[in-house]
Design a binder for this molecule. Sequence first.
Ligand SMILES: Nc1ncnc2c1ncn2[C@@H]1O[C@H](COP(=O)(O)OP(=O)(O)OP(=O)(O)O)[C@@H](O)[C@H]1O
Ligand SMILES: [Mg+2]
Length: 400
Amino acid sequence: MEFSRQQKKVLRFPYSDYDGIICDGAVRSGKTSVMSLSFFLWAMSCFQGCSFAFCGKSVGAVDRNIITPLLSVQYLQEQFHITYQRANGCLIVSRGKRENRFYLFGGKDESSASLIQGITLAGVFLDEVALMPRSFVQQALARCSVTGAKLWFNCNPENPMHWFRQEWILKAQEKNMLHLHFTMEDNPALDEKTRQKYHRLYSGIFYERFILGKWVMSEGLIYDCFSPSRQGYAIAPVGMAEQGSRTISVDYGTVNPTVFLDIYDFDSQFYVAREYRWDSRKEGRQKTDQEYVEDLCTFMGETPCTVLVDPSAASFIEALRRNGVYVLPAQNEVLNGIRKTASLFQQDRLHIHESCTGLMDELGVYLWDNQSNTDRPVKENDHGPDALRYFVNSLAEWNF
Ligand SMILES: Nc1ncnc2c1ncn2[C@@H]1O[C@H](COP(=O)(O)OP(=O)(O)OP(=O)(O)O)[C@@H](O)[C@H]1O
Ligand SMILES: [Mg+2]
């Protein structure tokens, strides 16, 4: 295995006077792999009979991103005796008389928070720390009481006001932490073609954060790569209506507008073919749930399909079900949903029929809320974009 200059600094870090290390930067830049290796070797050469923690967003993520890759390193298999008790979330590693334990924790798993409370650690490795609750991180750090313990953090950039940047990255020097910034060039295993592929997957703030590795503010247009002339279409591809899989996605409002989008998934491309919109304020009249059900059935026509509905619209969901419509409550993950939608626009895989003028107009004015310290859209003219995000959130991960 060859390492880049930046990765070699991670391998040398344990033998420095720093109390911890922070690696931030682009995706796929070689942070997790080199840190987990360096952490493992440091733990096994400097400690005996101690416990360590590998923490990620969830235990599953630790298993996937850290343990499985580590176990596949032949050198470690040859040099150490490793027993992985997957069910207990524990790795027992020995070499001669020396033995240490590595526990797996998930920052978002309820059980992990209580489990980590009782343990004494000689080191913690927090992978993707910016995705964990601050309280979990505090708890994990409080457990590091063995002499010589060190802290290991990595993450991709987020909003510049994020607590991890404010409390750790900006204060790295006063906390005696080594801060290393990674770009894709720091991963020697990434060839030019793969790098280009990742460049094409992201746009807007996601490009600046995940590709350029910058902690940038979310401001301005959310879908800056969308334009009616680029993603709009007039004629549907042959076979779309017959062979495509169809979904109707709904953003429901009583005072606010209600929007239905008729969407086809065809040949790994997505087409918003039609839209329905009722704006009570403009029309001067609110519709009842039953009226909306009738409008939806008319909109759906003769071919039934899955209907995704804004999860907060409980009464409307019930009304649709009573009328025999197959409804699934939509998944309302905002930031991740926006990232995935932006990625589909960026790859020119999401198309909107020119008749859907309401949706197109809203996409053109869909803005980040610059009054907020967190990443969130301005809650105005967001009904079409919300319905579109519900659809994108329903797609399997391999689409992205
Ligand atoms: N020095 C190396 N030699 C061979 N393969 C490497 C090397 N460094 C990284 N890789 C491989 O590159 C891929 C990306 O690396 P890694 O997961 O460490 O990146 P990351 O910075 O943690 O990315 P993310 O921010 O997306 O989590 C992995 O498959 C990893 O095994
Ligand atoms: Mg990683």
